[in-house]
Design a protein around this ligand. Structure first.
Ligand SMILES: *Cc1c(COP(=O)(O)O)cnc(C)c1O
Length: 413
């Protein structure tokens, strides 16, 4: 990747970008929310579109000179609508958090009741965490997962009946089972609530048809574009036609100023890529790889929350080894595997320590890893759990991880 101008202007930053590229090249990325974009997506992100102010909607802007960004944004909207099968798409949200915030601003008044998934059970901060706007300004009730790592829909229904929320939020950041959007819709209808499905993590799987879509059921479908969907960092808020005008007003002027048209162009390209047959193959492989990793880890004697995964991620439960997620994520980094600590259901440790590590396969699948490679990754992870204080053992594991990385280089034209 050519950064010759950055090198000239700012060697200090250039050096760190080069080192970051090497880090990505030489480590196995298992952070479930990360991916490796195409060069086309990256080119758009660094294009002249970054110079343009375009407050407002396509063809109804507050600034002149928008004839090209109008077309680009309209293309992105149309592609999002067709890929996800929704009535309306606003592609301006700067991130997944903004995509959700727009729905809350449109659908709720401060103090209104919301039912969302608890953060420590796999939900997202923006689903009602007390430290987030969603928990600070709204009256939140939460549901979680049972001991098998599954949503208990009867419990969701009971909470909906007693709390009478105006909005029910489904979708998660750490959940390894198929989400039953139809069931959520039935519950929402029974209590007269609106339904928001946040598919930030599984958007690529939904787009490829390897996870059921919430589009027929949810009033709002929100997503990030940079996780399994493999686009630039950003968000999209989609909805049924009746909510379109309100959602657009909530995004701008409600919570944002000028849209990032360079990122919107990159979103358009990623949405085009996601509509190709190769993307379906990739998404199916993401799940095959996750299942091969989970099986490999279980064969090595490791516990996975809820057992076999049905999507792109899983949580390794370290309790029986007396290890913490925090320590294990650091040991994994030493052997060249990047992952994040995560709570397990009923975690005895604090959210800063945790007893689990979340593992996901979108990024390694983009690199080209297949099932056999995931079995080797499982062995490296198990080796790191057992040899966490054996320096030579960790060095050998680092070599094995590096060998896999060399076999699947990133950003080769
Ligand atoms: C990642 C995520 C978000 C937030 O996305 P950001 O781009 O980090 O703001 C929202 N919801 C869910 C379920 C997520 O996993």
């Amino acid at each position: 990747m050519d950064i010759k101008n950055i090198k000239k202007v700012d060697p200090q930053v250039a050096q760190q970008i080069e080192l970051e590229f090497e880090r990505q090249q030489n480590t196995i990325e298992l952070i479930a929310s990360e991916n490796i974009t195409s060069l086309a997506v990256m080119e758009a992100s660094g294009s002249v579109l970054t110079n343009k102010y375009a407050e407002g909607k396509p063809y109804k802007r507050f600034y002149n000179g928008c004839e090209h960004v109008d077309i680009i944004e309209e293309i992105a909207q149309e592609r999002a609508k067709s890929l996800f099968g929704v009535d309306h798409a606003n592609v301006q949200p700067h991130s997944g958090a903004q995509a959700n915030m727009a729905v809350f601003l449109y659908a709720l008044k401060p103090g209104d009741k919301v039912l969302g998934m608890d953060l420590s059970n796999g939900g997202h901060l923006t689903h009602g965490s007390p430290v987030n706007f969603s928990g600070l300004y709204f009256d939140v009730a939460s549901y979680g997962v049972n001991e098998y790592g599954e949503i208990d829909y009867d419990d969701v229904r009971a909470k909906a009946l007693s709390h009478k929320p105006k909005l029910i939020v489904c979708g998660a950041s750490n959940y390894s089972k198929i989400i039953d959007f139809k069931r959520f819709k039935e519950i929402a209808d029974e209590v007269g609530a609106l339904l928001m499905a946040d598919i930030a993590h599984i958007a690529g799987l939904v787009a490829a048809g390897v996870h059921p879509s919430p589009a027929p059921y949810a009033d709002f479908v929100t997503t990030t574009t940079h996780k399994s969907l493999r686009g630039p960092r950003g968000g999209i808020t989609m909805c049924k036609a009746e909510h379109a005008a309100g959602v657009d007003k909530a995004v701008f002027p409600g919570i944002q100023g000028g849209p990032l048209e360079h990122i919107i162009a990159a979103k358009a390209i990623a949405l085009h890529e996601a509509a190709q047959p190769e993307f379906k193959t990739y998404a199916a492989q993401v799940i095959k790889n996750a299942q091969a990793l989970a099986q490999g880890l279980m064969d090595e004697g490791m516990d996975i929350v809820g057992g076999m995964t049905q999507n792109h991620l899983m949580t390794l439960d370290l309790r029986k080894f007396g290890k913490t997620g925090k320590d294990m994520a650091n040991v994994l980094e030493q052997v060249g595997i990047t992952a994040n600590k995560n709570t397990v259901p009923n975690d005895p440790q604090s959210p800063f320590v945790t007893s689990g590590v979340r593992l996901g396969t979108p990024a390694v699948t983009t690199r080209g890893f297949k099932e056999d490679d995931m079995v080797e990754v499982a062995k490296i992870i198990a080796g790191a759990v057992f040899a966490s204080d054996n320096e030579q053992g960790l060095k050998n594991l680092r070599e094995r991880a590096l060998k896999l990385c060399k076999r699947y280089p990133i950003y080769v034209d």
